[in-house]
Design a protein around this ligand. Structure first.
Ligand SMILES: *[C@@H]1O[C@H](CO)[C@@H](O)[C@H](O)[C@H]1NC(C)=O
Ligand SMILES: *[C@@H]1O[C@H](CO)[C@@H](O)[C@H](O)[C@H]1NC(C)=O
Ligand SMILES: *[C@@H]1O[C@H](CO)[C@@H](O)[C@H](O)[C@H]1NC(C)=O
Ligand SMILES: *[C@@H]1O[C@H](CO)[C@@H](O)[C@H](O)[C@H]1NC(C)=O
Ligand SMILES: *[C@@H]1O[C@H](CO)[C@@H](O)[C@H](O)[C@H]1NC(C)=O
Length: 357
């Protein structure tokens, strides 16, 4: 597995010493993670929070509290109601959700109005991305990062002909940077869209007939898994073929069961496995998975849970650091008033500065 992307996950871990405070530092998280066979988002937020609160440097300081709200469906209306419950609590940031685009967009809008940072952990939605608010920060690597990484792999393998399988219409917009590189170089990229039946068989047969050996799959982990499984059934899991997956959930794809070991499969991992806490993090998620999901084996942590872990650290660290130069007070806000959080913009400026380091 090449690690082309700069690892973002589990890196933002450092704590600053600041003066004592009896108050609590409150964060809200709005999650859509199912209870059964979950992505481990609640657990990783709790792990981050406990780890921060237990750190010796934090003795006597503001206790970190994370209020977790469950989102039952991707609904703008219900999410707006939830945000109206959250604002009066006085939060320094709102995290999530990881797979509800409509809810995520309404949270960004409300956070934008109130100048409260909103941390996203999901891949960018192309159309919504254009209107991204200043207070929104996405910890998930961008489509541009992914395009550049895939282009890098193709260059490395001197690959001049490839096929791109797209699960969604916005695929071409997402991977614009990659397509542009093909246009400039006059290499050949054929693009094939999955239709509504979601059966990749006809499209894989075409690729086989074309004798295209390099196949880029732009789909989520479950769809990518189905595509590879069908490819194996069609005899396309041989050493002749190379599959490149653009989703960053390589560990969730359950690869071993149906593949012969000669097919080339490339994906990305953004986990920093040498991070001191990584093993414990994986073990905790594994244990919780086994308690709540007995019909499937645990294959690895979901990216969203690791990004939420990082998000808790990033917020707490930024607030502490900023609090050295200006005293950060939290204040209750409300949906009904025009009041904003006066420290939100400084916090965003600080978070953006740290992220670009
Ligand atoms: C910022 O520091 C002051 C003391 O200098 C403390 O009273 C306050 O609680 C701190 N704020 C946060 C959000 O940690
Ligand atoms: C790609 O081509 C270059 C120069 O033609 C060669 O040195 C390199 O080994 C090739 N890379 C691969 C992975 O085949
Ligand atoms: C994955 O993508 C497929 C098709 O693009 C979609 O039907 C499915 O709901 C997605 N699954 C998840 C878990 O997001
Ligand atoms: C991974 O984590 C270790 C330990 O925290 C750190 O020293 C290292 O720089 C990180 N790796 C990368 C690529 O940032
Ligand atoms: C999860 O834990 C079990 C033992 O409890 C272990 O056999 C398995 O390898 C672990 N899986 C991962 C992906 O760490």
């Amino acid at each position: 597995m090449p690690r082309v992307l700069a690892p973002l996950v589990l890196l933002l871990v450092w704590l600053m010493k600041i003066s004592a405070s009896p108050h609590s530092l409150r964060i809200a998280a709005i999650l859509d993670d199912p209870m059964e066979c979950s992505r481990g988002e609640r657990l990783s937020i709790t792990l981050a929070k406990n780890r921060i609160n237990r750190a010796p440097e934090r003795a006597g300081k503001a206790k970190v509290e994370v209020d977790i709200f469950e989102l039952l469906r991707d609904s703008e209306y219900e999410t707006a109601e939830t945000m109206c419950q959250i604002l009066p609590k006085g939060v320094v940031a709102v995290l999530g959700p990881s797979s509800s685009p409509a809810s995520s967009s309404i949270i960004s809008n409300i956070c934008g109005e109130k100048e409260v940072p909103h941390f996203k952990v999901a891949p960018e939605e192309f159309l919504k991305f254009q209107f991204q608010r200043f207070t929104t920060l996405n910890l998930h690597p961008s489509n541009t990062d992914i395009s550049v990484a895939v282009a890098g792999i193709l260059n490395f393998f001197n690959c001049t002909t490839a096929c791109l399988i797209c699960a969604k219409a916005e695929c071409l917009l997402n991977l614009e940077k990659l397509l542009r590189q093909f246009l400039i170089s006059k290499d050949t990229l054929s693009v094939r869209m999955l239709d509504d039946s979601r059966d990749p068989t006809p499209l894989l047969k075409e690729i086989r007939d074309d004798k295209t050996a390099t196949i880029i799959v732009h789909a989520n982990a479950s769809m990518s898994h189905i595509i590879l499984q069908k490819a194996a059934e069609l005899g396309m899991a041989s050493a002749y073929y190379t599959y490149i997956f653009t989703n960053l959930e390589f560990s969730l794809q359950h690869l071993d069961s149906f593949l012969n070991d000669r097919v080339n499969i490339l994906g990305f991992s953004t986990f920093n496995q040498s991070h001191a806490f990584f093993q414990e993090f994986v073990q905790s998620l594994n244990q919780s998975w086994q308690e709540n999901c007995d019909h499937a084996p645990f294959t690895g942590p979901a990216l969203s849970s690791a990004l939420l872990f990082d998000a808790v650290y990033a917020v707490v660290t930024a607030v502490q650091e900023l609090n050295r130069s200006q005293e950060i007070g939290v204040k209750p806000l409300s949906c009904g008033s025009a009041q904003i959080w006066q420290h939100g913009t400084s916090l965003m400026n600080y978070l953006r500065m740290v992220r670009s380091d």
